[in-house]
Design a protein around this ligand. Sequence first.
Ligand SMILES: Nc1ncnc2c1ncn2[C@@H]1O[C@H](COP(=O)(O)OP(=O)(O)OP(=O)(O)O)[C@@H](O)[C@H]1O
Ligand SMILES: [Mg+2]
Length: 336
Amino acid sequence: MTISKELLRVTDLSVEFYTDHGWERVVKDVSFSINAGETLGIVGESGSGKSVTSMALTRLIPMPPGRIASGSVVLEGTDLVNLDDDGMNKVRGAQVANIFQEPMTSLNPAFTVGEQIAEMVRFHEKVGRKAGWDRAVEMLTKVGIPNAALRAKEYPHQFSGGMRQRVMIAMAMSCTPKLLIADEPTTALDVTIQAQVLDLIKDMQSEFEMAVIFITHDLGVVAQVCDRVVVMYAGQVVEQAEINDLYFTPAHPYAEGLLNSMPQIGPRSGRLASIPGSTPLPSSLPDGCSFAPRCPYVIDDCRQGEIPLRSIHNEQSNEHLTRCVRAGSLRFLGAS
Ligand SMILES: Nc1ncnc2c1ncn2[C@@H]1O[C@H](COP(=O)(O)OP(=O)(O)OP(=O)(O)O)[C@@H](O)[C@H]1O
Ligand SMILES: [Mg+2]
């Protein structure tokens, strides 16, 4: 697989929701880019803003109560934030497709899976009924549904959880999108099925040369599928790195904490650590670094004003960004 030209660039994306406390910013100045064919992981604990970020890319956040407060999402020269609804509908499904943890959020229980895939193909590609149906059967076959021609005539509830996830992938792939956004696609599945679905996404990716944004709280899954990783904490990017740099030389104590709480990667001490405390609510963020209250390395400087995301030196000169004032002077523990 060749990793080449830039496909999507997100710049200073901020998302707010209107709540009892007024407008609350849950995603703050998030920036990253993804190249054609590349796999970018977004990791972070529950509530860190992974789903809101990914949904904002194709404007799937409910507005109201949500709004994109600032920023741009440029897909091959077009800013999706300012695109009209008609234009956005043409992008969704055809150029950027989403798959979610719960397949039933994408599948309509009232229609057969074949009809749903065919309908999507007909909408985007203006083909006839038969061509749409044939594509549906072809895609269901590709994702490993046995007897696809027959099963295409069944309804979503007639499929098991793992098979339904395959159906959703078939639907997402049916118009050969340039970017697939997969939000915890394997979290609800048991481990064997999870591995099969990950393999399927990888196969589809190389067949269609598609870029993937893979959202998960599981760094083990990230290690299996991603080229680069964005680590989010309390709505901000706190670290961004190539996968090996993040694993072996993390540059933020939060990333260190995530790595050391993973049984697959294992702590050097031999005892599994967990990060004490929990993610702060958007309404009660501390001054300075949002992670400071939980950080074992905190010093006074950490509590002074906004901490910028900055580049750190790296021998391979790959881009490695951190939002820690102590990175560079401290060495954090990576995978052993
Ligand atoms: N519709 C909404 N109204 C108000 N706040 C919301 C809404 N949707 C999300 N939020 C808030 O935005 C923040 C980020 O949520 P998000 O769903 O992006 O987290 P996440 O990182 O995907 O977590 P998880 O791992 O649990 O899926 C949370 O504080 C959440 O409560
Ligand atoms: Mg989520």
